[in-house]
Design a protein around this ligand. Structure first.
Ligand code: URA
Length: 216
């Protein structure tokens, strides 16, 4: 049996700046979760998707990674296209969406001001990412959305960045482990609006993941 989900407590205060930001947001938006967003999906999944951090009016509100965030529209559509969900995404935690063989988490579990966590906050939150990975016995692929997710995941394995440098579309074998790390530009509004990441580019990363999992 997989171990229990390694999520931070809802009142986590390991990062004082982020805890303070949550308190400010709780006053401005009392209906929001305003707490670390837990991982979505089952521990027996073979794919773990790692994002950056909750959006203020997305996962920080709804409590489910990428849910209500602009980035979630492309992510959940692509997940469904490659068979990793039941395709019921409707930007609400009670929309009936179920992931299939996938789980989604964030490198930093609390919403950061201006969407920018500090290096210290990324490091402080990393043990939750490590615990998440270690609690997933069937894991065969990790998709890192953007450089921060990539760098934190590589560090989670105790690797140097030069051993697995970030590059969109790259696939890295983790030495001594039975899974591969896949890189993509983050599916953020900025990246899709500027054309840095197109739907086709994103789909091609998922096609590689699907092929890897089917071959495993
Ligand atoms: N929402 C998340 O949960 N993570 C991201 O990286 C972006 C939006």
């Amino acid at each position: 049996m997989p171990k229990a989900a390694p999520n931070p407590p809802l009142d986590c205060d390991l990062c004082s700046r982020l805890a303070e930001f949550r308190r400010t947001n709780a006053e401005a938006f009392p209906d929001y979760l305003n707490a670390p967003a837990p991982t979505f999906g089952d521990l027996d999944a073979s794919l773990l998707i790692v994002g950056l951090a909750p959006g203020l009016h997305g996962a920080n509100k709804t409590g489910r990674p990428f849910t209500g965030d602009f980035a979630g529209d492309l992510l959940y559509a692509t997940i469904a296209r490659f068979g990793f969900s039941n395709d019921k995404y409707d930007a609400r935690p009670d929309d009936g969406l179920r992931l299939r063989g996938a789980a989604i988490t964030n490198a930093v579990r609390c919403v950061p001001p201006q969407n920018k966590p500090t290096g210290a906050e990324i490091k402080t939150c990393r043990p939750f990412l490590v615990a998440q990975i270690e609690a997933m016995p069937s894991l065969r692929a990790i998709l890192c959305l953007g450089r921060i997710a990539h760098d934190s995941t590589v560090a989670a394995f105790g690797l140097k960045q030069r051993q697995a440098p970030f590059s969109h579309g790259a696939q890295h074998r983790i030495p001594g482990r039975d899974f591969h790390l896949f890189d993509s530009y983050h599916c953020s509004r900025y990246n899709t609006n500027t054309g840095r990441l197109t739907e086709t580019m994103f789909a091609s990363v998922f096609a590689n993941i699907r092929a890897h999992l089917d071959a495993a």
